[in-house]
Design a protein around this ligand. Structure first.
Ligand code: CTP
Ligand code: ZN
Length: 151
């Protein structure tokens, strides 16, 4: 049994986000809009020992099966995350996250004077201009920025 299994038990059904960069678990939950209000069990483990990453965070969301469109949103802050879909205790799907070409109403432009940050009823649209290393651009004010400017 690995150290990790000792700190977080296995789940029956749901989604496990594994290999999340250390310290990013809460930001990942925020980006996924997971706040526990739907009543499902959500377990967060931080600073778990990992052979690949040294230390990592793990999130287990019970009874929800997150789609790639949802989990890809976390690729900017947790690019090495593994998404495991669990059904009846078995890992039935394992995928990596991939930075989407466009973020609609997921990220906000860091330019405080951008029209998308005003009271106008418009969507926040951010385009990915380069994936590795990531470079982003606001559709409205055309400001270029790095992921760390969002955090
Ligand atoms: N997991 C879980 N409940 C299950 C099955 C798996 O919470 N019923 C979790 C494991 O604890 C692990 C992740 O889902 O964090 C992936 O499980 P598995 O593929 O069995 O582990 P590894 O082989 O270590 O994964 P990887 O190769 O992605 O590192
Ligand atoms: Zn902007």
């Amino acid at each position: 049994m690995s150290k990790e299994q000792l700190v977080v038990r296995k789940i029956k059904d749901g989604t496990v986000l594994d290999h999340v960069e250390q310290g990013k678990a809460l930001k990942v939950l925020e980006i996924l809009n997971i706040d526990g209000k739907d009543g499902n069990v959500v377990t967060v483990a931080m600073n778990v020992s990992s052979e690949k990453l040294g230390k990592k965070d793990i999130i287990k969301i019970e009874n929800r099966f997150l789609k790639p469109e949802e989990t890809n949103r976390i690729a900017l802050i947790a690019p090495r995350a593994t998404v495991n879909i669990i059904r009846n205790y078995q890992v039935v799907e394992k995928r990596k996250v991939e930075i989407p070409d466009t973020f609609v109403n997921v990220l906000k432009c860091p330019n405080p004077t951008c029209i998308s940050n005003s009271n106008e009823p418009i969507a926040h649209i951010i385009d990915t201009v380069r994936k590795n290393p990531p470079l982003l651009k606001c559709r409205y004010c055309c400001r270029l920025f790095l992921p760390n400017e969002l955090i």
